[in-house]
Every structure is written in structure tokens, then in C-alpha cells.
Design a protein around this ligand. Structure first.
Ligand SMILES: *Cc1c(COP(=O)(O)O)cnc(C)c1O
Ligand code: SF4
Length: 337
């Protein structure tokens, strides 16, 4: 290719929306990108019908070609094990429907609540505890959001609002900017937290429009990313995190402990070290929520605690995430170490 064309090609950065709309949703296409054959994997088209395959190309690029056990592939590939019916695994393991006082709001803990800002995600993670959540009932217009805002206004013990989903950053910046402004008008709210995986899987999401509303507010912005394996961290993500940090946004990370993906002390040590290298602080290491279709990711509690003890024995304290489980009815996440 002539040099001039090559340099032009590099200049053209697809917007995050283009990348979002061009996610891979075909199993065949995913396998062909990775040079894998169906015989090497336990693919289930039924599982894909229940919860579709969806993965951004920028994330597939971080998978290893020809590796059927790739830890990133295992997070997105619909497999036969998902169709097993296993006792104790349900469609609403965290009892969120009962804590949905008004559409769009999940209020369980005293001084902070979740807003289900967007029903969709850029990536469909097979272990997701919200894979069966009734998002349609939580979809709403600006007018309907007024009820959620009234609830926040009248609940004086709240001081923090968390944008959640789905993935909140799948929503438009104009809507997110509007919602943030409404929340900033409520005097007792101090902090705005954004729980998102989108900047991990599509780093171009951290663009100027995003930074404008996220930092143009009196609320203190905090971002909690969701990264499970050090292979998810690449140069594009490093640059996105640097943009956040340079604007004063704190960046934390939560991880789910998952069989076949990160169930060794070494994998978790590598993850914490790689997070630190890009300026992200490990926050939570979650035990799997017992959601139907995810039982094959489970690790027995004693084994989880043994892995965690080794992690603690290897890392400095500030790089050790808290090992937690969400137990319905509790006032906070429960420490399990
Ligand atoms: C996890 C969660 C939070 C946030 O909990 P922190 O311990 O503050 O990170 C808030 N509300 C709900 C409903 C949650 O599930
Ligand atoms: S809510 Fe988070 S864990 Fe669930 S599918 Fe979306 S990005 Fe994945």
C-alpha cells in the first residue's frame, strides 16, 4: 500500500457508535476470525437464541487466534453447558425485581442507588447476572425519568447515584448529559458513579462528548470498569484510561471470578499488576451470582478462598480487590475472605 494511503487509513478512527453497531453476532463469523472450527468447541445455538452472541471487533482482536480455550472467547461464546437446568440458579438471583421501586431504579443500599440507564450492552457476557432482567419494563422517556429523579430528591439519605444497565454508556451522551444535570440539581447527591464495561471493549467510547458531560458537573465522577483478564488490557484501553485520569475521573475495576477464565492466583495477580500499570485500582472480586445458564463458571467457595489467600500472599495490599458476594437482603456486598 502506498504510504500516503496507509497514513490516511490510520487517521480515520471509527466512532464508538459505528463500532457498537458493527459488533459480531454470528458464531460462524467469530470462529472464522479466530481460525477455529465448531468441532473444537461446545457451541449451542439454543443458548445463543436465549441470550444472543454479541462482541465488539475491538475485543475479538485481543483473543488469541487458534485457541479454543481463550479466556476472552469463553466470556462471550454460547455453549451447551448454559442450557443445563441447575438447582439454585435462577433468572433473578439478586432479587432485583423486588427492589425496583419505580422503573429504572434499583435501591438496596442506604446511601446509594442504581439507575438502569440503558438496556443494552456492547458485549453479551455469558455469566451476566442481568441476562434475564426485564429491561423492556425499565425502558423510559425523559418524562418517565422524572419519577426516578423525584425519588432521588425525596430520599435524603442518598449521596451517590450509580449509572448502571445493561451498560449505561450504551446510551447517548446527550441523554446522559441531561440526566447528569438533573441529578446535579439535587443538593444531597455528591457523587456520580458509572459502572461500565463499554470503554474496555470499545475504548473509543471515551471521546470528547463523553468527557464533556462527565466532567462538566459539580458531581464527583467515578468510573468502575469491568475487566476479568489481563489480556483485555491493551494500548487503546490504556489511552482511554489516561484520558479519564487526566480529567480527574477516578477509575476502579471489578472482576468476576470465573472458572476457565481467571480461576488461578497467577491470572489474578497478572490482572491486578496490569490494572495498576494503566492507573486502575482493583476494587471488587465478585463470586459468581447464581444466574440460570452460568453454573459452569462456578468455583466452589473453599477453592475461591484458597485462590484469594494466595493472591493476598503475593500482592501488595493496595492491589488486592475485596472478595465479595452479593446476598439478597443484605445492606452491602458481603466480604467472603
Ligand atoms: C453493588 C451495588 C451497589 C454498589 O455497591 P458498592 O459496595 O457501593 O460498590 C449499589 N446498589 C446496588 C443495588 C448494587 O447491587
Ligand atoms: S451488564 Fe455488564 S456483565 Fe452484563 S452483559 Fe452487559 S457488560 Fe456484560
Amino acid at each position: 500500500m502506498p504510504a500516503i494511503i496507509a497514513s490516511k487509513a490510520i487517521d480515520i478512527q471509527p466512532s464508538w457508535k459505528t463500532e457498537f453497531s458493527q459488533c459480531i453476532s454470528s458464531i460462524d463469523e467469530l470462529l472464522s476470525c479466530l481460525q477455529l472450527t465448531p468441532e473444537q468447541l461446545s457451541i449451542s445455538h439454543q443458548a445463543a437464541k436465549d441470550f444472543p452472541l454479541r462482541v465488539p471487533r475491538a475485543f475479538v482482536d485481543r483473543m488469541e487466534i487458534g485457541n479454543p480455550n481463550d479466556p476472552l472467547l469463553a466470556q462471550v461464546l454460547p455453549v451447551i453447558e448454559e442450557t443445563l437446568v441447575v438447582k439454585g440458579y435462577s433468572s433473578d438471583p439478586l432479587d432485583e425485581i423486588d427492589h425496583n421501586p419505580i422503573p429504572g431504579v434499583v435501591h438496596k443500599y442506604r446511601n446509594r442507588l442504581l439507575l438502569i440507564v440503558s438496556p443494552s450492552c456492547a458485549i453479551n457476557c455469558r455469566y451476566c447476572f442481568r441476562r434475564h432482567f426485564p429491561y423492556q419494563e425499565n425502558r423510559q422517556s425523559k418524562q418517565q425519568w422524572q419519577k426516578a429523579l423525584d425519588y432521588i430528591s425525596s430520599t435524603k439519605e442518598l449521596n451517590e447515584v450509580i449509572f448502571s444497565g445493561g451498560d449505561p454508556l450504551a446510551a447517548n451522551d446527550s441523554f446522559l448529559g441531561w440526566l447528569t444535570e438533573q441529578i446535579a440539581n439535587i443538593p444531597h447527591i455528591k457523587r456520580l458513579r458509572i459502572h461500565t464495561r463499554l470503554p474496555v471493549v470499545i475504548p473509543s467510547r471515551i471521546d470528547d462528548q463523553f468527557l464533556r458531560w462527565a466532567t462538566g458537573t459539580r458531581l464527583l465522577p467515578i468510573m468502575v470498569l469491568h475487566i476479568n483478564h489481563s489480556n483485555e488490557i491493551n494500548l487503546a484501553l490504556l489511552k482511554a484510561v489516561q484520558r479519564l485520569l487526566s480529567k480527574g475521573i477516578r477509575v476502579l475495576n471489578q472482576t468476576v471470578l470465573l472458572k476457565g477464565i481467571n480461576d488461578s492466583a497467577q491470572a489474578l495477580v497478572d490482572l491486578s499488576e496490569s490494572l495498576y500499570d494503566i492507573g486502575v485500582t482493583p476494587y471488587y472480586l465478585h463470586l459468581l451470582d447464581p444466574v440460570a445458564g452460568a453454573s459452569h463458571f462456578d468455583i466452589p467457595i473453599t477453592q475461591s478462598q484458597a485462590i484469594y489467600a494466595e493472591l493476598q500472599a503475593t500482592l501488595p495490599g493496595f492491589l488486592v480487590p475485596k472478595l465479595v458476594r452479593e446476598i439478597p437482603g443484605e445492606q452491602s456486598k458481603t466480604i467472603m475472605s
